[in-house]
Design a protein. Structure first.
Lengths: 402, 208
């Protein structure tokens, strides 16, 4: 080790010198053109921070005084976090699959370890693989997420695009028994259709025995039966042929809740409308005609909106687009409202309430309106969140108001 | 929270009445104004839950307060013949003791100076008082049923302009039946709270 050379006159070009005399090898980079100053020798370039750093870290550790030069650390010796970061920025080597481990979100118990999963696999495929080991949890019941308290991953998400390391850790939550939306809709709409007719035909044990199978003498009662039945037949046909559902299933207990609501209210309304002591509307035929017009217009409107929404989404896809008015005048309500189908639905029931002048019908309309407002506000909010250019004039359910 | 004051007043009035008259007949009549006035004030409690001063959930408080208002205004106030029933005294005593302990608990908690006895009382008295109160309420409603049927009070009959009907008698029967699912829920909720607060148990809530 050469002794440190101290020159007094000039700085040497690119000279590397440390403080302690026995520390760093002196490295002098000269291109051969520089000459030492007249009468003097090369002087060390001042490097205060480096000198301070060396003094702080190495002067107390003579064993480290001669720090080894940096070497290439093989990847196997890298810290785990570094390796994972490398993996994210590189493609998987050909032939090697990803590993997926699935833990229970509440107990963190290891439920399943999947080896050799294709990196391009979707969550839907992982759910199918998971079902193979746990057949009681069919895919519709599984909620997989990256964080135990986070949001559920979508079926279309690709494993490779998620922020995971070489082994993806997914947390599983059981959504409970599921039932398809179509089944729920068909059951909850078929009920009111059937139940209303029981009351209309006055089957025994509802009203007094002298009224069994009699028929009302008021025209409005027959009209109400036609309107009510038409409404639910329309809903059943729309469920079968028109609607495109973005979710396949809902929790099983919903069917009990929904059916109780629809069937209960249908029975309550039908009881009074078809009662032998039913009182027709105060303003007679005028009131009935006006109410019928409102009802028919709103039913046509509701159907037009359902068709427009269906045309917005191609078969089998789950794309979401902003709905716009079409040539059909009923769809022009899209200019003012995000969910005109709900607006028309409330309108239909208000028409029916005016037609029958029956308080239970009005209460049913009110409850339905409350629920649909909640849905419309939620839908409106998600439209606003998803689309930057969402028309600002639109309100969720009532133009300009709500 | 000085809401324990009216209940203390009630308790003292009830004890004094019984000591003077030696019977419970006429007891309700003597305290009814105070009871009605202050029980209606309990509606404020729902507001407290909404704001968050009190840690009870709005639904639990709502059920509690509505059942009290129902008993006071729709049963004992409206159906005069049952005011001298023993069951009325039963639920009045249960309510009084429960409310005094509960409001003392809240008052001392707010003052940050809660004696262990008050906490113990709040989470143990209900074990006896809840069932006693429920039995008193149910017996009172049951005693009221014949009068309701006879007078047809609070009922709407057909035919009428709005094509609706309401039978208070059947409404009372349904209310009595609704105690069956509702009471155990409130009772077990209090039992869970008791285990958490008094015994420091950590209860993992089952989530859907």
């Amino acid at each position: 080790m050469r002794r440190k050379e101290r020159s007094t006159s000039r700085f040497a070009p690119a000279t590397f010198q440390g403080l302690a005399s026995n520390m760093w090898p002196v490295v002098t980079i000269l291109d051969g053109t520089a000459t030492p100053p007249r009468g003097g020798e090369w002087r060390a370039a001042p490097r205060p921070h480096f000198d301070w750093w060396v003094a702080k870290h190495l002067s107390a550790r003579p064993c480290l005084a001669r720090a080894p030069p940096p070497r290439c650390v093989p990847q196997a010796d890298w810290p785990a976090s570094w390796r994972e970061r490398l993996v994210l920025t590189q493609d998987q080597p050909r032939g090697a699959g990803s590993k997926v481990e699935i833990l229970d979100a509440k107990t963190r118990e290891k439920l399943c370890f999947l080896d050799k999963v294709e990196p391009h696999a979707t969550i839907a495929e992982i759910k199918n693989l998971f079902t193979k080991t746990h057949p009681q949890w069919y895919p519709a019941r599984q909620s997989l997420r990256l964080d135990p308290k986070g949001k559920s991953l979508k079926d279309e998400d690709v494993l490779q695009k998620l922020p995971v390391g070489t082994t993806a850790t997914l947390y599983f939550r059981d959504l409970g028994a599921q039932i398809s939306w179509v089944t729920v809709f068909l059951t909850e709409y078929a009920g009111p259709l059937f139940i209303y007719l029981l009351f209309y035909f006055r089957v025994p044990f509802i009203y007094g025995h002298k009224y069994d199978f009699t028929s009302s003498r008021h025209t409005v009662v027959h009209l109400a039966c036609i309107c009510h039945s038409f409404h639910y037949v329309k809903r059943l046909l729309e469920t079968l042929f028109v609607h495109r559902f973005s979710h396949g299933t809902m929790p099983l207990r919903n069917i009990f809740k929904n059916c109780t609501y629809y069937w209960g209210f249908a029975a309550w309304m039908a009881y009074y409308i078809n009662h032998p002591l039913y009182t027709p509307p105060t303003y007679g035929a005028q009131q009935v005609k006006l109410a019928l017009a409102i009802f028919v217009i709103c039913q046509l409107g509701n159907f037009s909106i359902h068709m427009a929404l269906r045309d917005l989404r191609p078969a089998g896809s789950k794309t979401r687009k902003i709905p716009y008015p079409t040539k059909n005048p009923f769809t022009w309500l899209f200019l003012l409202v995000s969910c005109p189908n709900y607006t028309y639905e409330v309108g239909s029931w208000i028409g029916f309430a005016i037609m029958t002048q029956c308080l239970p019908v009005a209460l049913f309309s009110l409850v339905g309106f409350t629920q649909m407002t909640i849905w419309a506000k939620g839908k409106h909010r998600s439209y606003l969140k998803e689309f930057r250019d969402y028309p600002p004039l639109r309100m969720p359910i009532i133009p300009f108001l709500l | 929270s000085s809401y324990s004051f009216p209940w203390l007043v009630l308790a003292i009035a009830m004890v004094r009445f019984y000591m003077e008259k030696g019977t419970h007949k006429g007891l309700y009549k003597s305290i009814q104004k105070t009871l009605k006035f202050f029980q209606t004030f309990a509606l404020l409690e729902i507001v407290h839950c909404l704001i968050g001063i009190v840690p009870t959930s709005v639904i639990v408080a709502g059920v509690q307060v509505s059942s009290r208002i129902f008993m006071v205004w729709l049963i004992t106030h409206s159906i005069k013949p049952i005011q001298n029933e023993e069951s009325v005294v039963l639920f009045l005593v249960a309510w009084t003791v429960t409310e005094i302990t509960r409001y003392s608990f809240y008052t001392f908690s707010l003052l940050d100076h809660l004696p262990y006895f008050i906490k113990w009382a709040r989470y143990n008295f209900f074990i006896i008082l809840y069932p006693v109160g429920v039995v008193g309420e149910l017996l009172t409603i049951y005693a009221a049923l014949p009068y309701v049927k006879k007078t047809g009070m609070f009922s709407i009959r057909l035919p009428n302009k709005y094509n609706v009907s309401f039978d208070y008698y059947y409404f009372l029967l349904i209310t009595m039946a609704s105690y069956i699912p509702l009471f155990p829920q409130l009772y077990f909720h209090m039992l869970r709270q008791r285990r958490k607060v008094l015994h420091g148990e950590v209860i993992v809530e089952k989530d859907d």
